[in-house]
Design a protein around this ligand. Structure first.
Ligand SMILES: Nc1ncnc2c1ncn2[C@@H]1O[C@H](COP(=O)(O)OP(=O)(O)OP(=O)(O)O)[C@@H](O)[C@H]1O
Ligand SMILES: [Mg+2]
Length: 367
Protein backbone atom coordinates (compact mmCIF):
# COMPACT_ATOMS: atom_id res chain seq x y z
CA UNK A 1 0.00 0.00 0.00
CA UNK A 2 1.51 3.32 -1.04
CA UNK A 3 -0.11 6.69 -0.59
CA UNK A 4 0.99 8.91 -3.48
CA UNK A 5 -0.70 12.21 -2.74
CA UNK A 6 -3.60 13.83 -1.02
CA UNK A 7 -5.43 16.95 -2.07
CA UNK A 8 -7.36 18.58 0.76
CA UNK A 9 -9.72 21.52 0.68
CA UNK A 10 -11.33 23.21 3.69
CA UNK A 11 -10.20 20.41 5.98
CA UNK A 12 -9.61 21.84 9.51
CA UNK A 13 -6.98 24.62 9.10
CA UNK A 14 -6.11 23.51 5.55
CA UNK A 15 -7.64 25.86 3.01
CA UNK A 16 -6.14 24.09 0.03
CA UNK A 17 -3.22 21.67 -0.10
CA UNK A 18 -1.76 19.15 -2.51
CA UNK A 19 0.81 16.98 -0.75
CA UNK A 20 2.87 14.26 -2.45
CA UNK A 21 4.56 11.52 -0.43
CA UNK A 22 7.66 9.34 -0.78
CA UNK A 23 7.28 5.58 -0.54
CA UNK A 24 9.60 5.48 2.52
CA UNK A 25 9.53 7.63 5.65
CA UNK A 26 7.86 11.06 5.39
CA UNK A 27 8.18 13.44 8.34
CA UNK A 28 5.85 16.36 8.97
CA UNK A 29 7.73 19.02 10.93
CA UNK A 30 6.49 22.32 12.25
CA UNK A 31 5.51 24.28 15.32
CA UNK A 32 2.45 23.53 17.42
CA UNK A 33 -1.01 24.02 15.91
CA UNK A 34 0.23 24.27 12.29
CA UNK A 35 -1.65 21.30 10.79
CA UNK A 36 0.60 18.25 11.22
CA UNK A 37 -2.02 16.11 12.94
CA UNK A 38 -4.71 17.54 10.65
CA UNK A 39 -2.98 16.03 7.61
CA UNK A 40 -2.73 12.60 9.27
CA UNK A 41 -6.38 12.92 10.24
CA UNK A 42 -7.33 13.59 6.60
CA UNK A 43 -5.53 10.41 5.47
CA UNK A 44 -7.16 8.36 8.21
CA UNK A 45 -10.55 9.81 7.34
CA UNK A 46 -10.25 8.55 3.77
CA UNK A 47 -9.17 5.16 5.07
CA UNK A 48 -12.04 4.44 7.47
CA UNK A 49 -14.62 7.15 6.83
CA UNK A 50 -14.38 8.72 10.23
CA UNK A 51 -12.07 10.90 12.21
CA UNK A 52 -10.13 9.67 15.22
CA UNK A 53 -10.75 12.87 17.15
CA UNK A 54 -13.96 14.47 15.91
CA UNK A 55 -17.21 13.38 17.49
CA UNK A 56 -19.04 14.57 14.42
CA UNK A 57 -17.76 14.75 10.84
CA UNK A 58 -18.81 18.40 10.51
CA UNK A 59 -16.07 19.35 13.00
CA UNK A 60 -13.45 18.69 10.34
CA UNK A 61 -14.91 21.28 7.96
CA UNK A 62 -12.86 24.47 8.04
CA UNK A 63 -14.47 27.18 10.15
CA UNK A 64 -16.82 29.31 8.06
CA UNK A 65 -16.98 26.89 5.11
CA UNK A 66 -19.89 24.68 4.11
CA UNK A 67 -18.02 21.60 2.90
CA UNK A 68 -14.68 19.86 2.91
CA UNK A 69 -13.12 17.79 0.12
CA UNK A 70 -10.41 15.13 0.16
CA UNK A 71 -8.93 13.39 -2.85
CA UNK A 72 -6.43 10.60 -2.35
CA UNK A 73 -4.28 8.85 -4.96
CA UNK A 74 -2.73 5.59 -3.84
CA UNK A 75 -1.41 2.31 -5.14
CA UNK A 76 -2.81 -0.83 -3.53
CA UNK A 77 0.08 -3.05 -4.62
CA UNK A 78 -1.66 -3.98 -7.87
CA UNK A 79 -2.90 -0.77 -9.43
CA UNK A 80 -3.37 2.96 -8.94
CA UNK A 81 -6.62 3.93 -7.24
CA UNK A 82 -8.30 7.12 -6.13
CA UNK A 83 -10.87 7.97 -3.49
CA UNK A 84 -12.70 11.27 -3.27
CA UNK A 85 -14.84 12.36 -0.32
CA UNK A 86 -16.93 15.46 0.11
CA UNK A 87 -18.22 16.18 3.60
CA UNK A 88 -21.09 18.64 4.02
CA UNK A 89 -22.49 20.39 7.06
CA UNK A 90 -26.11 19.94 6.12
CA UNK A 91 -26.32 16.72 4.11
CA UNK A 92 -24.82 13.26 3.65
CA UNK A 93 -21.28 13.04 2.42
CA UNK A 94 -20.48 12.00 -1.13
CA UNK A 95 -17.88 9.29 -1.77
CA UNK A 96 -16.31 8.17 -5.04
CA UNK A 97 -13.81 5.45 -5.80
CA UNK A 98 -12.10 5.77 -9.18
CA UNK A 99 -14.80 8.32 -10.07
CA UNK A 100 -17.64 5.88 -9.40
CA UNK A 101 -20.15 6.87 -6.73
CA UNK A 102 -20.15 4.65 -3.60
CA UNK A 103 -23.31 4.57 -1.52
CA UNK A 104 -22.29 2.49 1.47
CA UNK A 105 -19.20 3.22 3.52
CA UNK A 106 -18.81 -0.53 4.19
CA UNK A 107 -18.08 -0.92 0.46
CA UNK A 108 -15.02 1.25 0.73
CA UNK A 109 -13.54 0.67 4.20
CA UNK A 110 -10.40 -1.38 3.69
CA UNK A 111 -9.65 -0.02 0.21
CA UNK A 112 -6.94 2.36 1.37
CA UNK A 113 -5.34 0.56 4.30
CA UNK A 114 -3.67 2.75 6.89
CA UNK A 115 -2.87 2.14 10.54
CA UNK A 116 -2.80 5.18 12.77
CA UNK A 117 -1.07 5.80 16.06
CA UNK A 118 -1.83 9.05 17.87
CA UNK A 119 -1.50 10.21 21.50
CA UNK A 120 -5.23 9.50 22.04
CA UNK A 121 -4.37 5.80 21.62
CA UNK A 122 -2.50 5.83 24.91
CA UNK A 123 -5.90 5.53 26.53
CA UNK A 124 -6.15 2.10 24.86
CA UNK A 125 -4.17 0.79 27.79
CA UNK A 126 -5.32 2.75 30.81
CA UNK A 127 -8.89 3.82 30.22
CA UNK A 128 -12.24 2.03 30.00
CA UNK A 129 -13.08 -0.68 27.46
CA UNK A 130 -14.78 1.49 24.79
CA UNK A 131 -11.45 2.47 23.18
CA UNK A 132 -10.34 -1.16 23.09
CA UNK A 133 -13.57 -2.27 21.41
CA UNK A 134 -13.12 0.54 18.93
CA UNK A 135 -9.58 -0.67 18.21
CA UNK A 136 -10.89 -4.17 17.43
CA UNK A 137 -13.80 -2.90 15.37
CA UNK A 138 -11.72 -0.65 13.12
CA UNK A 139 -8.97 -3.22 12.62
CA UNK A 140 -11.34 -6.14 11.94
CA UNK A 141 -13.61 -4.11 9.62
CA UNK A 142 -10.58 -3.41 7.50
CA UNK A 143 -9.78 -7.11 7.27
CA UNK A 144 -13.33 -8.38 6.73
CA UNK A 145 -15.96 -5.99 5.30
CA UNK A 146 -18.63 -8.50 6.45
CA UNK A 147 -17.67 -7.76 10.04
CA UNK A 148 -18.75 -4.15 9.70
CA UNK A 149 -22.11 -5.23 8.32
CA UNK A 150 -22.59 -7.70 11.19
CA UNK A 151 -21.71 -4.97 13.68
CA UNK A 152 -24.19 -2.59 12.07
CA UNK A 153 -26.92 -5.24 12.34
CA UNK A 154 -25.99 -5.89 15.97
CA UNK A 155 -26.17 -2.18 16.82
CA UNK A 156 -29.56 -1.88 15.15
CA UNK A 157 -30.98 -4.84 17.10
CA UNK A 158 -29.45 -3.56 20.34
CA UNK A 159 -31.10 -0.17 19.82
CA UNK A 160 -34.50 -1.81 19.26
CA UNK A 161 -34.08 -4.07 22.27
CA UNK A 162 -33.02 -1.17 24.51
CA UNK A 163 -36.01 0.89 23.36
CA UNK A 164 -38.30 -2.04 24.19
CA UNK A 165 -36.73 -2.39 27.64
CA UNK A 166 -37.19 1.32 28.35
CA UNK A 167 -40.84 1.26 27.24
CA UNK A 168 -41.66 -1.89 29.19
CA UNK A 169 -41.22 -0.02 32.43
CA UNK A 170 -44.70 1.33 31.87
CA UNK A 171 -46.11 -1.42 29.66
CA UNK A 172 -45.27 -5.11 30.29
CA UNK A 173 -48.15 -6.56 28.25
CA UNK A 174 -46.41 -7.62 25.04
CA UNK A 175 -42.86 -7.35 26.37
CA UNK A 176 -41.72 -10.96 26.86
CA UNK A 177 -42.54 -12.28 23.38
CA UNK A 178 -40.95 -9.31 21.57
CA UNK A 179 -37.93 -9.30 23.87
CA UNK A 180 -37.32 -12.95 23.12
CA UNK A 181 -37.28 -12.29 19.38
CA UNK A 182 -34.75 -9.50 19.75
CA UNK A 183 -32.70 -11.62 22.19
CA UNK A 184 -32.37 -14.50 19.72
CA UNK A 185 -31.27 -12.18 16.94
CA UNK A 186 -28.89 -10.30 19.20
CA UNK A 187 -27.30 -13.54 20.45
CA UNK A 188 -26.77 -14.72 16.89
CA UNK A 189 -24.93 -11.56 15.80
CA UNK A 190 -23.05 -11.40 19.13
CA UNK A 191 -21.63 -14.89 18.62
CA UNK A 192 -20.49 -14.02 15.08
CA UNK A 193 -18.79 -10.83 16.30
CA UNK A 194 -17.17 -12.59 19.26
CA UNK A 195 -15.67 -15.15 16.91
CA UNK A 196 -14.04 -12.47 14.75
CA UNK A 197 -12.79 -10.62 17.82
CA UNK A 198 -11.45 -13.70 19.63
CA UNK A 199 -9.53 -14.85 16.55
CA UNK A 200 -8.18 -11.37 15.89
CA UNK A 201 -6.98 -10.93 19.49
CA UNK A 202 -5.25 -14.30 19.42
CA UNK A 203 -3.19 -13.10 16.46
CA UNK A 204 -2.56 -9.72 18.13
CA UNK A 205 -1.28 -11.50 21.23
CA UNK A 206 1.39 -13.34 19.23
CA UNK A 207 2.65 -10.21 17.48
CA UNK A 208 2.61 -7.98 20.57
CA UNK A 209 4.52 -10.59 22.59
CA UNK A 210 7.21 -10.76 19.90
CA UNK A 211 7.34 -7.01 19.47
CA UNK A 212 7.68 -6.38 23.21
CA UNK A 213 10.26 -9.02 23.67
CA UNK A 214 12.39 -7.54 20.83
CA UNK A 215 11.86 -4.01 22.10
CA UNK A 216 12.96 -4.74 25.65
CA UNK A 217 15.54 -7.48 25.07
CA UNK A 218 13.10 -10.05 26.55
CA UNK A 219 12.90 -8.18 29.87
CA UNK A 220 9.18 -7.50 29.60
CA UNK A 221 6.47 -10.01 28.74
CA UNK A 222 2.93 -9.38 27.61
CA UNK A 223 -0.20 -11.42 27.42
CA UNK A 224 -3.34 -10.23 25.67
CA UNK A 225 -6.66 -11.99 25.63
CA UNK A 226 -10.21 -11.31 24.60
CA UNK A 227 -12.75 -11.00 27.34
CA UNK A 228 -16.45 -11.27 26.50
CA UNK A 229 -19.46 -11.91 28.71
CA UNK A 230 -20.32 -15.20 27.00
CA UNK A 231 -17.14 -16.01 25.20
CA UNK A 232 -16.46 -19.75 25.28
CA UNK A 233 -13.35 -21.54 24.11
CA UNK A 234 -12.69 -25.24 23.88
CA UNK A 235 -9.04 -26.39 23.60
CA UNK A 236 -8.05 -22.85 22.59
CA UNK A 237 -10.65 -22.66 19.81
CA UNK A 238 -13.57 -20.30 19.94
CA UNK A 239 -16.92 -22.09 19.98
CA UNK A 240 -19.51 -19.89 18.21
CA UNK A 241 -22.49 -22.25 18.69
CA UNK A 242 -21.93 -22.57 22.45
CA UNK A 243 -21.32 -18.84 22.76
CA UNK A 244 -24.63 -18.14 21.01
CA UNK A 245 -26.44 -20.53 23.39
CA UNK A 246 -24.88 -18.85 26.40
CA UNK A 247 -25.91 -15.41 25.13
CA UNK A 248 -29.46 -16.66 24.58
CA UNK A 249 -29.63 -17.95 28.11
CA UNK A 250 -28.20 -14.72 29.59
CA UNK A 251 -30.49 -12.53 27.51
CA UNK A 252 -33.71 -14.45 28.11
CA UNK A 253 -33.34 -15.09 31.82
CA UNK A 254 -32.82 -11.64 33.30
CA UNK A 255 -35.53 -9.35 31.99
CA UNK A 256 -36.29 -7.96 35.45
CA UNK A 257 -32.69 -6.86 35.97
CA UNK A 258 -32.51 -5.35 32.50
CA UNK A 259 -35.78 -3.48 32.98
CA UNK A 260 -34.59 -1.95 36.22
CA UNK A 261 -31.24 -1.07 34.62
CA UNK A 262 -33.07 0.32 31.56
CA UNK A 263 -30.65 -1.33 29.09
CA UNK A 264 -29.33 -4.61 27.64
CA UNK A 265 -26.80 -5.94 30.14
CA UNK A 266 -25.06 -8.63 28.08
CA UNK A 267 -23.54 -8.55 24.66
CA UNK A 268 -20.46 -7.64 22.68
CA UNK A 269 -21.03 -3.95 23.53
CA UNK A 270 -19.61 -4.91 26.96
CA UNK A 271 -16.52 -6.78 25.72
CA UNK A 272 -12.97 -5.88 26.59
CA UNK A 273 -9.37 -6.83 25.86
CA UNK A 274 -7.43 -8.04 28.85
CA UNK A 275 -3.87 -6.70 28.64
CA UNK A 276 -1.18 -7.94 31.02
CA UNK A 277 2.39 -6.81 31.35
CA UNK A 278 4.69 -9.09 33.32
CA UNK A 279 1.58 -10.93 34.51
CA UNK A 280 -0.01 -7.81 36.04
CA UNK A 281 -2.94 -5.82 34.59
CA UNK A 282 -1.30 -3.15 32.41
CA UNK A 283 -4.18 -0.82 33.13
CA UNK A 284 -3.14 -0.51 36.76
CA UNK A 285 0.61 -0.85 36.78
CA UNK A 286 2.37 0.20 33.58
CA UNK A 287 4.62 3.28 33.35
CA UNK A 288 4.14 6.00 30.72
CA UNK A 289 6.83 4.55 28.46
CA UNK A 290 5.38 1.05 28.86
CA UNK A 291 1.90 2.39 28.13
CA UNK A 292 3.16 4.00 24.94
CA UNK A 293 5.13 0.89 23.95
CA UNK A 294 2.06 -1.30 24.49
CA UNK A 295 -0.26 0.97 22.51
CA UNK A 296 2.33 1.05 19.74
CA UNK A 297 2.73 -2.73 19.77
CA UNK A 298 -1.02 -3.09 19.31
CA UNK A 299 -0.70 -0.92 16.23
CA UNK A 300 2.33 -2.79 14.91
CA UNK A 301 0.35 -6.02 15.37
CA UNK A 302 -2.54 -4.51 13.40
CA UNK A 303 -0.10 -3.75 10.56
CA UNK A 304 1.39 -7.27 10.62
CA UNK A 305 -2.03 -8.94 10.51
CA UNK A 306 -3.01 -6.69 7.62
CA UNK A 307 0.17 -7.77 5.81
CA UNK A 308 -0.63 -11.46 6.44
CA UNK A 309 -4.08 -10.99 4.94
CA UNK A 310 -3.33 -8.76 1.97
CA UNK A 311 0.32 -9.41 1.20
CA UNK A 312 1.59 -5.89 1.87
CA UNK A 313 1.87 -3.48 4.77
CA UNK A 314 -0.66 -0.73 5.34
CA UNK A 315 0.59 2.86 5.41
CA UNK A 316 1.66 3.79 8.95
CA UNK A 317 0.40 7.16 10.17
CA UNK A 318 2.27 8.02 13.36
CA UNK A 319 1.53 11.12 15.39
CA UNK A 320 4.07 12.10 18.02
CA UNK A 321 5.24 8.55 18.38
CA UNK A 322 8.81 8.82 19.57
CA UNK A 323 8.45 11.00 22.66
CA UNK A 324 8.71 9.30 26.07
CA UNK A 325 10.51 6.30 24.58
CA UNK A 326 14.02 5.43 25.70
CA UNK A 327 16.81 4.99 23.14
CA UNK A 328 16.40 1.25 22.71
CA UNK A 329 12.62 1.36 22.24
CA UNK A 330 13.02 4.28 19.84
CA UNK A 331 15.72 2.39 17.89
CA UNK A 332 13.45 -0.65 17.67
CA UNK A 333 10.58 1.41 16.38
CA UNK A 334 12.70 3.13 13.74
CA UNK A 335 14.00 -0.27 12.59
CA UNK A 336 10.35 -1.41 12.30
CA UNK A 337 9.81 1.32 9.71
CA UNK A 338 12.07 -0.35 7.12
CA UNK A 339 10.28 -1.36 3.93
CA UNK A 340 7.05 0.36 4.96
CA UNK A 341 5.58 3.68 3.99
CA UNK A 342 5.42 5.89 7.06
CA UNK A 343 3.92 9.36 7.39
CA UNK A 344 4.75 10.75 10.79
CA UNK A 345 5.01 13.89 12.86
CA UNK A 346 8.27 14.30 14.69
CA UNK A 347 11.06 16.75 15.26
CA UNK A 348 13.84 16.29 12.70
CA UNK A 349 16.65 15.98 15.21
CA UNK A 350 15.21 12.78 16.72
CA UNK A 351 15.20 10.96 13.43
CA UNK A 352 18.61 10.09 12.09
CA UNK A 353 17.71 8.00 9.06
CA UNK A 354 16.93 8.99 5.48
CA UNK A 355 13.53 10.57 5.37
CA UNK A 356 11.59 12.99 3.27
CA UNK A 357 10.86 16.16 5.23
CA UNK A 358 7.64 18.13 4.77
CA UNK A 359 7.54 21.50 6.55
CA UNK A 360 4.15 22.47 7.93
CA UNK A 361 3.15 26.11 8.38
CA UNK A 362 -0.39 27.26 9.00
CA UNK A 363 -2.08 24.57 6.90
CA UNK A 364 0.54 24.69 4.12
CA UNK A 365 2.91 21.81 3.32
CA UNK A 366 6.31 22.56 1.83
CA UNK A 367 8.82 19.93 0.72
N1 LIG B 1 -12.60 23.01 11.70
C1 LIG B 1 -11.50 23.76 11.78
N2 LIG B 1 -11.36 24.85 10.99
C2 LIG B 1 -10.23 25.60 11.04
N3 LIG B 1 -9.19 25.34 11.85
C3 LIG B 1 -9.28 24.28 12.65
C4 LIG B 1 -10.43 23.42 12.64
N4 LIG B 1 -10.23 22.42 13.54
C5 LIG B 1 -9.01 22.65 14.08
N5 LIG B 1 -8.43 23.76 13.54
C6 LIG B 1 -7.13 24.34 13.86
O1 LIG B 1 -6.09 23.47 13.48
C7 LIG B 1 -4.97 23.73 14.33
C8 LIG B 1 -4.44 22.45 14.92
O2 LIG B 1 -3.84 21.71 13.96
P1 LIG B 1 -3.11 20.34 14.33
O3 LIG B 1 -3.83 19.62 15.40
O4 LIG B 1 -2.86 19.65 13.05
O5 LIG B 1 -1.76 20.91 14.95
P2 LIG B 1 -0.32 20.21 15.02
O6 LIG B 1 0.53 20.83 13.96
O7 LIG B 1 -0.48 18.76 15.02
O8 LIG B 1 0.15 20.77 16.44
P3 LIG B 1 0.84 20.05 17.70
O9 LIG B 1 2.31 20.09 17.43
O10 LIG B 1 0.47 20.94 18.81
O11 LIG B 1 0.28 18.70 17.82
C9 LIG B 1 -5.44 24.59 15.49
O12 LIG B 1 -4.94 25.89 15.33
C10 LIG B 1 -6.94 24.55 15.35
O13 LIG B 1 -7.57 25.74 15.78
MG1 LIG C 1 -0.47 17.40 16.58
Amino acid sequence: MYCKRIKAKNFRNIEQADVAFDDGVNILVGENAQGKTNLLESLFYVSVGKSFRAGHSAEIIRFGESFSELELDYNDGIRDQSIKMQIFRDRQRRVEKNRVRIDKMSDIVGSFRAVLFCPEHLSLIKEGPAMRRNYMDIAISRLYPLYMKTLQRYNYILKQRNALIKNSYNDRSSFDATAELWSLQLAHEAAAISKYRAEFIKRVNGYVARCFSDMTGEREKTSISYSGSAHLEEDGYFDAAETEKKYISLLTSSYEREISAGATLWGIHKDDIDIKLNEKPARLYCSQGQQRSLALSLKIAEGEICRDEFGDYPVLLLDDVLSELDASRRGYLISEMDSKQVIMTCCESVFNKDASIIKVENGRYIR
